[in-house]
Design a protein around this ligand. Structure first.
Ligand code: DCP
Ligand code: CA
Ligand code: CA
Length: 367
């Protein structure tokens, strides 16, 4: 396989930068964006702050009353979070990114992976100029600065991005990846939380380099097969995870048992209609459009079958599901003489206009 070129772009001090954008006169002051719990005037926590406020020790998670104290005597400005506004800015930037990448995977409101292998013809030599062009385009069109990490995979791109902020650009070529990771503490790897860090430390593993050299077999014994192998690969800068549109891997499905075994189309469609109701509710609540409709059938002999239709255009409505489920069952029943016991309806191939925040870390349990 040709080596991949992956970007991870992260917007700088994002919520605070959004506030700067609509209040340009405060740009030189400490800015704090907070989540106010409302109990007392100052109860709540810092969501984020600009880099001027960070010099005073004001960071995400700090209680607001402490932030106030640290910034006493300065002309600091405090804001309440305004997610709707930040989401709008985020969508505009993601839209720009789309034009620069073959695949885009948004992982949170201010972060997205891009697969740009084709665009730079697999050459890391071309990445600096290309990344700078993206950054400049976002700055000109939207007014927001961002940091880009470049690597041969998502793992390296992410850590590269974190290594120099704000307005950063860090490029790690494939042959540099292992050396780049080696001196970093193990908890820089996704999935290495507090508990795992302690455990690894007991095993004499402090840095990613230590982990890379560690016997993979023992890692598997201690952390289980999936995590053991993941740690071994990650430490060795191996990560084949594709850049995937959010939701692309997902599907929404409902399955139910028929009141009686049957080969009757209308009887089956009554059931699938109920299931489609549930499916479309979930699809709508997530703001998805779907591109594929699938039926699932369990026959009386317990053999199971699926049949799918991929639509020409993504759809959001229930009618498209029921119409295609009917088509699929008409065809299925004509081909299969068996009575049916259970049926299911599934939609997949999602796209989404308004992307929701998704934390990459949510794939892992803490520790
Ligand atoms: N955020 C939050 N609470 C946290 C962490 C983050 O509400 N504990 C929000 C506010 C941030 C946004 O998410 O602006 C993005 O988080 P980042 O971790 O990317 O932090 P920033 O963009 O604020 O700063 P940086 O320049 O370090 O990326
Ligand atoms: Ca950020
Ligand atoms: Ca981020």
């Amino acid at each position: 396989m040709q080596n991949r070129v992956i970007f991870l772009a992260d917007f700088d001090y994002f919520f605070a930068q959004c506030e700067e954008l609509r209040n340009p006169t405060i740009k030189d002051k400490p800015i704090v964006v907070g989540v106010y719990s409302g109990r007392t005037e100052d109860s709540g926590a810092v969501s984020t702050s600009n880099y001027i406020a960070r010099k005073y020790g004001v960071k995400s998670g700090l209680p607001l009353f402490m932030a106030k104290k640290k910034l006493e005597g300065t002309d600091a400005v405090f804001f309440k979070v305004d997610h709707e506004y930040y989401d709008q800015i985020s969508s505009r930037i993601m839209q720009i990114f789309r034009g620069y990448a073959t695949a885009l995977e948004q992982v949170s409101v201010d972060e997205a992976y891009m697969d740009v292998t084709e665009q730079v013809e697999g050459s890391f030599e071309k990445t600096r100029e290309y990344a700078q062009k993206i950054k400049a385009d976002v700055k000109t069109q939207v007014g927001i600065t961002s940091t880009i990490g470049v690597g041969p995979n998502k793992l390296v791109a992410k850590i590269a991005c974190d290594s120099q902020k704000p307005d950063g650009l860090t490029i790690i070529k494939p042959h540099e990846a292992k050396t780049f990771l080696a001196p970093l503490p193990v908890d820089r790897l996704l999935g290495v939380g507090k508990k795992t860090t302690v455990k690894m430390s007991e095993m004499g593993i402090k840095t990613i380099g230590d982990l890379a050299k560690y016997d993979c077999q023992v890692l598997v014994e201690v952390f289980g097969k999936a995590m053991g192998i993941y740690f071994h690969n990650a430490a060795n800068a191996v990560d084949n995870d594709p850049v995937q549109e959010q939701g692309e891997a997902e599907s929404i499905s409902k399955i139910g048992t028929l009141k009686q075994d049957t080969h009757d189309l209308d009887f089956i469609l009554q059931k699938t209609d109920e299931l489609s109701d549930l499916v479309i509710k979930e699809v709508a609540s997530k703001g998805y459009s779907y591109k594929t409709v699938t039926i699932y059938v369990v026959n009386v002999d317990l053999s199971s079958k699926t049949r799918s239709i991929t639509l020409e255009q993504p759809s959001k409505d229930k009618e498209t599901i029921t119409r295609n489920v009917r088509i699929l069952f008409e065809k299925f029943l004509a081909e299969s003489p068996l009575e049916i016991r259970r049926v299911g309806v599934k939609v997949s191939g999602f796209s989404k206009e308004q992307r929701q925040q998704k934390q990459l870390t949510s794939f892992f349990t803490s520790g």
